[in-house]
Design a protein around this ligand. Structure first.
Ligand code: ZN
Length: 117
């Protein structure tokens, strides 16, 4: 149901949407704003934070990528060669070091699997 009337929020005459839970009638922008505020209050809008690939390099057949994972607040160091790939979680503090010296952060078994010296 919508009709032209005075918005309870901004006072402009617009097409209004009646909000059952508040009993107020808002225009569309106000209604959206109200919903956003409500959702934020209730912690409903926990934007699913996407993982972000920060860095990538390719050295002598070894591809190293560093991905920031906001949901865990850590980074994922991934190393791949043509034959294998492995990854490990690193803290934010050691992320840059891990990216530049990935072999120091991978287990011997992983390094052996990758087939790099
Ligand atoms: Zn309004």
């Amino acid at each position: 149901m919508s009709n032209i009337d005075t918005c309870d929020s901004c006072g402009k005459r617009r097409e209004l949407w009646h909000n059952e839970s508040t009993g107020l009638s808002f225009c569309e922008p106000c209604d959206m704003q109200a919903w956003e505020n409500y959702a934020e209050d209730k912690g409903l809008v926990e934007a699913p934070a996407e993982d972000v690939q920060l860095l990538e390099r390719d050295t002598a057949g070894l591809r190293v990528t560093l991905t920031y994972r906001p949901s865990r607040n850590d980074c994922l160091l991934a190393c791949a060669t043509s034959v294998a790939q492995t990854d490990r979680v690193v803290s934010l503090e050691s992320a840059m070091d891990a990216f530049h010296h990935p072999m120091l952060y991978l287990s011997e078994a992983c390094v052996a699997e990758l087939g790099v010296a």
